[in-house]
Ligand binder design. Structure first.
Ligand SMILES: *Cc1c(COP(=O)(O)O)cnc(C)c1O
Length: 478
């Protein structure tokens, strides 16, 4: 019989006390070692829940690109599927079929020319894995071509703008590829096509344009890149192709600009990746990569294993992974349809453009770009205001977080790395009314900051050219 005095489980005394009256609530949560014995589910739940209690509420997290709102039915479906493993295709064959149906839908949204019933693509845990798979296929196709031609295949390179997301740094490092970067500049806030072509040669596995650059929300011009590569390839006999990192744009452009040619309608676009958990409107983690045709997916990337008596073909870096996201994505396709997605994306864009206009009217600020092609709004302090201000955008970030908002300030990539900007992601769940609340909080904070008599520490650091934030905390994924 346990001593009710020392028993951390309030249950053995049958509701001896409330969770917060239990001894366990006076203990430190485990940091190094697993606790010796069990505790009640109520207490365990409370301890874990409370550790995340004081954080930003997900819907006030305007830093993330990732879905922070799904409706009740989607949430229910995903919760009910939480115990399902996608790779168990023998046990859950309909999940595999559902996944392939999502791949088909994505491929057709991107105007695939493939006529097979089942299009070539893969499920991923996010854009990172999807980019890796697209890049790897490009590497393998290039190696194969070089081998056939009896040419060396040990010095592959990849061409991308300096505004790449960190996954590309991982990709080139994991597979020993040279990364050739086209710097961004004030004149070229997106990929400078001529400069990109100048970096291409017979060893270029692909050029990677970005749709929805994480830093600025802008789009690289894929159509112009495709035309320039076509000319380059015709002149040099090379076959430099395009993989599009459409982490954001892959779910925006098909709905809001269906006429715009950026996808498989273009000759050299052989693969495209996106994040299902960004504007695909599904909770994390979900990504997709699609190839223009099966022939662009190297055979040795598709592993067929005999699993519990069935042949299972799988493309991916992981083996086991959650199935719930597939159900969430398929639900969203059915629930929203083309029109529904279009409405949601247009609303997000409208809210972003509204902020662009309103923040642009404030005396202190100016938008980073004239256009807002994706529901991402980036702004900076006017140069003359910054010169005399006692504060920086980092201080504004701090002030806004006191109201619960998370709006990140960060510096731009190499070449324009002294430029500090602030960014808001307008996603489903962030309405015009919430934007007005945010605007009021920005105005209030700016008013307070303008009253400062002495410069803040970040302002002093900026003056002295001291890095303003640690490298480990950067909202652009770099
Ligand atoms: C978000 C993002 C990634 C990484 O995507 P995850 O889904 O977070 O893995 C890659 N590229 C771009 C352009 C992104 O915006």
């Amino acid at each position: 019989m346990l001593d009710p005095k020392t028993d951390p489980s309030f249950r053995s005394g049958d509701a001896k006390t409330d969770v917060f009256g239990s001894d366990a609530m006076l203990q430190q949560a485990p940091v190094q070692s697993i606790p010796q014995g069990p505790t009640t589910p109520e207490i365990a739940y409370q301890m874990v829940k409370d550790e995340t209690f004081a954080q930003t509420q997900p819907r006030l997290n305007l830093a993330t690109f990732v879905t922070t709102y799904m409706d009740e039915y989607a949430t229910r479906l995903m919760n009910e599927a939480v115990s399902m493993n996608y790779i168990d295709q023998t046990e859950y064959p309909r999940v595999a079929v559902m996944c392939q149906k999502c791949i088909n839908i994505m491929a057709n949204l991107w105007n695939t020319p493939e006529t097979n019933t089942w299009k070539a693509g893969a499920l991923a845990i996010g854009s990172s894995e999807a980019c890796m798979l697209g890049g790897l296929a490009a590497l393998k196709r290039w190696q194969e071509r070089r081998k056939k031609a009896g040419k060396p295949y040990d010095k592959p390179n990849l061409v991308i703008s300096t505004a790449y997301q960190v996954v590309w740094e991982k990709f080139v490092s994991f597979w020993n590829i040279e990364m050739r970067c086209v710097p961004l500049s004030v004149e070229h806030p997106t990929l400078d096509i001529d400069a990109a072509i100048r970096l291409c040669d017979e060893n270029t596995i692909c050029v990677v344009p970005i749709l929805g650059v994480t830093w600025s929300g802008m789009n690289d011009d894929v159509e112009a890149l495709d035309a320039a590569l076509d000319k380059f390839n015709a002149e040099t006999g090379n076959e430099v192709c395009i993989h599009i990192d459409a982490a954001t744009g892959g779910f925006i452009l098909p709905f809001v600009e269906p006429e715009k040619k950026w996808d498989f309608r273009l000759k050299w676009v052989l693969s495209i990746s996106t994040s299902g958990h960004k504007f695909g409107l599904v909770y994390p983690g979900l990504g997709w990569v699609i190839w223009k045709d099966k022939k662009y997916l190297p055979g040795d990337m598709a592993f067929t294993v005999n699993y519990l008596g069935a042949e299972v073909t799988q493309v991916g870096l992981n083996y086991s992974r959650p199935a719930a996201q597939i159900l969430g994505q398929y639900y969203q396709f059915i629930r929203l349809g083309f029109e529904g997605y279009k409405n949601v994306q247009l609303n997000s864009l409208t809210v972003a453009r509204y902020l662009h206009e309103k923040v642009g009217e404030m005396a202190e600020f100016e938008p980073y770009a004239a256009e807002v092609p994706n529901p991402i709004f980036v702004w900076r302090m006017k140069a003359d205001v910054q010169k005399n201000a006692k504060w920086t955008l980092y201080d504004l970030q701090d002030k806004l977080s006191q109201k619960g908002w998370f709006v990140p300030a960060y510096t731009m990539p190499a070449n324009i790395e002294n430029m500090v900007v602030m960014r808001v992601l307008c996603k489903q769940g962030f309405s015009r009314d919430m934007a007005d609340q945010l605007l009021a909080d920005i105005s209030f904070a700016v008013n307070e900051l303008n009253k400062l008599e002495y410069p803040t520490t970040t302002r002093i650091a900026m003056e002295k050219n001291i890095p303003l934030v640690s490298k480990t905390f950067n909202h652009t994924g770099k």
